[in-house]
Write a protein that binds this ligand. Structure first.
Ligand SMILES: [Ca+2]
Ligand SMILES: [Ca+2]
Ligand SMILES: [Ca+2]
Ligand SMILES: [Ca+2]
Length: 295
């Protein structure tokens, strides 16, 4: 958020009144002008919309120097805004339209009374977004994956190595995963080595598995294939991942297995080797659903 408290000079109420009366004699009515360009607005909750800058950021009307207070320091900015119809020639980072205290889309003399009424206000903290600029797309927002409601944390802490499955040093270590209970996990990649997370589930009947993931890094998810299927024995790995998916940061993707026989299955999650590094604690979530099926 661009908040730029600059050029602070004090005006008294007398000089404000004099200035406004003087301006009223000379200035044309301001115009809001053409519709502003739109671009990606990235909100703190991870969502994004295509909006104008004004629609995206949080404005406190009357706070023309963007210091979150509406006070005498704003008066000369307000007077200056009145001299810039349509915002043309407005030199400050804090937006011209911040002077639109009656909400009609322009800063005009009609804003004088509502501006004066606001003197002394403290602006509420905002929930505005970050605007990325004209023509930008939501794919450019920083990726922030939020754990879904009801999720449980991965047991391995970021930087540890406690669930590397068939790739474990020492005893094979898997973390359990349960149907319909999302897991909120973390991962890293240091440019050479990467975190690998192996999740294990055992089913008692023919099952079709559906695994969904979203990660803050380019991620690979997969069902580790064994022959026979569901053997739960690392020596039975075929070396194939089936099904699997590679997706970019923040993309949500789902893989669906064939109808597989009762047994023990492993789902694999880890960073792709495409970024320079993935730093702890890069987050992801996965959710597994199981559907009984007939082979
Ligand atoms: Ca202010
Ligand atoms: Ca106005
Ligand atoms: Ca991990
Ligand atoms: Ca791991």
């Amino acid at each position: 958020m661009n908040r730029n408290p600059s050029q602070r000079r004090r005006y008294g109420m007398i000089s404000l009144t004099a200035s406004l009366l003087g301006l009223a004699l000379f200035l044309p009515t301001a115009d809001a002008g053409d519709r502003d360009p739109v671009g990606a607005c990235c909100f703190p909750d991870g969502t994004c919309e295509i909006l104008t800058e004004l629609e995206c950021i949080d404005l406190c009307y009357g706070d023309l120097n963007c210091d979150w207070m509406i006070d005498f320091e704003d008066i000369n900015f307000f007077v200056e805004a009145l001299q810039c119809p349509g915002g043309v020639g407005w030199p400050h980072d804090c937006l011209w339209i911040t002077g639109d205290c009656d909400g009609d889309g322009a800063v005009t003399f009609d804003d004088i009374n509502p501006f004066v009424e606001r003197l002394g206000w403290v602006c509420p903290p905002g929930l505005g977004g970050e605007w990325l600029g004209p023509g930008t797309t939501c794919g450019l927002c920083p990726c922030d994956v939020l754990c879904p409601p009801g999720s449980v944390p991965e047991q391995e802490l970021c930087g540890e190595d406690t669930n590397a499955g068939c790739g474990s040093v020492g005893p094979n270590a898997f973390e359990p995963i349960y149907a319909d209970v999302p897991i909120c996990g973390t991962a890293w990649y240091d440019g050479m080595l990467r975190d690998t997370d192996w999740y294990e589930i055992t089913v008692a009947e023919n099952t079709e598995f559906t695994l969904t993931v979203q990660a803050e890094f380019p991620v690979l998810i997969a069902l580790v294939e064994t022959d026979p299927p569901g053997s739960g024995d690392c020596w039975d790995m075929t070396g194939y991942l089936d099904p699997y998916a590679n997706v970019g940061a923040c993309e949500i993707v789902t893989i669906v297995s064939d109808c597989l026989p009762a047994g023990t299955y492993w789902f694999w999650v880890g960073p792709q080797f495409v970024e320079d590094t993935v730093d702890c604690p890069a987050e992801y979530w996965i959710e597994l659903t199981t559907t009984p099926c007939a082979p």
